[in-house]
Design a protein around this ligand. Sequence first.
Ligand code: TRP
Length: 374
Amino acid sequence: MPEPEFVVTPWEVRGEVDYDKLIRRFGTRKITKKLHRKVEGYTGEIHMFLRRGIFFSHRDLDWILDMYDEGEKFFLYTGRGPSGHTHLGHLIPWIFTRYLQDVFDVELYFQITDDEKFLYHPEFSLSDTNSFAYENILDIIALGFNPEKTFIFNDTEYGKTIYRLALEVSKHITFSIVKAVFGFKHSSNIGLVFFPAIQAVPCFLPSYLKGKNIPCLIPASIDQDPYWRGISRYVAPKLGYYKPAQIHSKFLPGLGKGGKMSSSEPETCIFTTDLPKLVVKKIMNAYTGGRPTVDEQRKLGGEPNICPVYQYYFFLFEEDDEKLEEIYKTCRSGERLCGFCKKILSGRVKEFIAEHQRKREEARNSIERFMLRD
Ligand code: TRP
């Protein structure tokens, strides 16, 4: 088989991702201008992540909103695989989830898959992934979710409730299905083979706990789609639940040349726990779309489209569309040089991280307010 030009799976993102192709490959739908306008009807304005196409794809979002209009509120479900510290890329779906919770005033179920990361990484013990889970939970709480309506749980600690539903799910999923969806091999451990049933559980959990059917909307990056497409949506009707709807985000690039931000390349990755000095250093060392010399750059202009520094403004650090456009234009014209551009960005990121770290410390006192226990 020829090597595909890019790969997106829950465990690996490789190559230059073509998001339109991915929509076709996964069979999802593009978020249209019409849907933007519908969302705008509730919010008064349209979130930067939608405006800029950072959340770009969905399944059944129109249905979720129609149900909402008819008085049937949905709940949100998202999650985190605790394999290390949180980085800026992880925050994107979470920031958007917080926004959706605010706008629609709905409950959020937040799954922390310490079991998955234990099973996947040969080097991690259960206590490793469980302590990462609690580190990551601080970042989640720091984003300001509503404590009355947010329920966070670690799979290994909420097992009594999850297990029953996971059994219900797993009885309908054959080995051929998981193999086709996730590419498991004979050498894959059987924990991982069972795990997709666990990730499906929160799609139905509130319906199960409350004894009535509640629509589910999952904000997540697009790499998680196989879980919903292949497992949750497939079993939902068999168990008598609604199929979960999704809204999918793109990946924040790393600070190196190409590729998404990934913890396996810490120098190109900004962790929420990095010291401010380190944040500045990482940004000042970032790859850019600049030219080898100032003269050439003045003459030819920079290339914002391939520049992670520009992407950081685009994704998180310049909310004003006109100012973003200005950055783009002055880069293209050769007026704005990389050193300056990085300096402004690093100031903003440093400030953001400092504020986040303050809230993260505060969060230590409120963990139990958010945790769902058996
Ligand atoms: N498997 C996800 C990861 O590795 C964690 C996760 C569990 C998740 N449930 C989710 C992510 C729901 C998004 C939405 O990060």
